[in-house]
Design a binder for this molecule. Structure first.
Ligand SMILES: [Fe+2]
Ligand SMILES: [Fe+2]
Length: 267
C-alpha cells in the first residue's frame, strides 16, 4: 500500500496557525494525504507551543507534531508532551527532559507512522548529545510493526542536515530538515529509498525575516540595539513536502515540494 505523508515546516504565530488550517483543508483531500506531520515550535507568538494550541493544531489536521530548540518555551506543553502519543521532544536532550522520543499515529488506512526529532549541534543552543547516535538509539525502540519512520533534523547547518540524510538512507522513510525557515530546492529520494529535503520552509508570514517583523530585525542588525521581534503579518504560506511511501517496505517512492499561499494581505 502507498501512504502519502505531508510534512509541514515550522508554524509561526497566528498567521502560521491560520494558514496551516486553510492549507490542510485544501491539500489533505486534494492529495489523499494519510498522515500530516507538523513542526510547531514557533506557534505561540513565535516561540513554543501552548497546550490549547496543541489541541487546535490536532483539530486542524496535524497528526504528528514535533518541536525543536523552543520545545519548553511554554511550560504548559509539558503535561501534553508527557501524556500524548503524537507529539515528541527532541531525542538528544538530557535523558531527564520531559516528553516522548517517538511519536506514533495510526492512519485510517491501517499502517502506523512514527516520528523522531533531533537537534543539530552546529551553531545551536541548547547543548545536546550527538544527534546521529541519538537517532540510532531511538530507532531501536520503534515498534516492529511500524515500517514508516520519519526523522526530523532541526538544525542550522545545511551540512549537518545533509549528513543526517546519508546516515539514515535506507533505514527510514523520510529525513526532513527544519529550523532555518527557508524552503530548499534539494528534495529527492536518496539511493537507499529515504526521501530527503534540507529545509521544509516555514509556515507563516513570508513578508518578514524568518517570520518576524522585518523593520525590527533589520533595524536591530543595523544599529546593534535589541528590540522585540514581533511576529510579522503578511504573505502567509504553508510550506512542506508530500512524500509517497510503500507501507510494506517503508521506502519512499517520491517527494514533492508544496507551498500553499494564503491571503496575500495577511490572515
Ligand atoms: Fe523554527
Ligand atoms: Fe528552531
Amino acid at each position: 500500500m502507498q501512504l502519502k505523508l505531508l510534512c509541514v515546516g515550522d508554524v509561526v504565530g497566528n498567521p502560521g496557525r491560520r494558514v496551516l488550517k486553510a492549507g490542510l483543508e485544501k491539500l489533505v483531500p486534494e492529495h489523499g494525504i494519510d498522515c500530516v506531520i507538523v513542526n510547531a515550535e514557533n506557534s505561540a507568538a513565535g516561540s513554543g507551543l501552548t497546550a490549547s494550541q496543541y489541541k487546535k493544531l490536532v483539530a486542524a489536521g496535524a497528526n504528528l507534531l514535533t518541536l525543536g530548540d523552543h520545545v519548553y518555551r511554554r511550560r504548559d506543553i509539558i503535561p501534553v508532551l508527557e501524556s500524548e502519543e503524537n507529539i515528541v521532544r527532541p531525542a538528544n536532550l538530557p535523558m531527564q527532559a520531559p516528553g516522548k522520543q517517538i511519536g506514533l499515529f495510526e492512519t485510517a488506512a491501517g499502517p502506523r507512522v512514527a516520528v523522531i526529532s533531533v537537534l543539530g549541534r552546529m551553531f545551536m543552543k541548547p547543548p545536546t548529545d550527538c544527534p546521529f547516535a541519538a537517532v540510532d538509539r531511538v530507532m531501536k525502540k520503534v515498534p516492529a510493526d511500524v515500517k514508516v519512520v520519519v526523522v526530523e533534523i532541526h538544525a542550522e547547518a545545511t551540512s549537518e542536515k545533509v549528513a543526517m540524510g546519508w546516515h539514515l538512507d535506507g533505514r527510514v522513510s523520510v529525513v526532513f530538515g527544519t529550523h532555518t525557515h527557508i524552503p530548499t530546492a534539494d528534495e529527492h529520494v536518496l539511493p537507499g529509498g529515504s526521501a530527503y529535503i534540507t529545509d521544509l520552509g516555514m509556515t507563516g508570514p513570508y513578508d518578514s525575516v524568518l517570520g518576524r517583523d522585518k523593520q525590527r530585525v533589520v533595524g536591530t542588525m543595523i544599529s546593534g540595539v535589541p528590540s522585540a521581534f514581533d511576529v510579522a503579518e503578511h504573505d502567509a504560506r504553508m510550506c512542506g513536502v508530500i512524500v509517497s511511501v510503500d507501507s510494506t517496505t517503508g521506502k519512499a517512492t517520491s517527494i514533492e515540494r508544496v507551498c500553499y499561499h494564503g491571503d496575500a494581505h495577511g490572515m
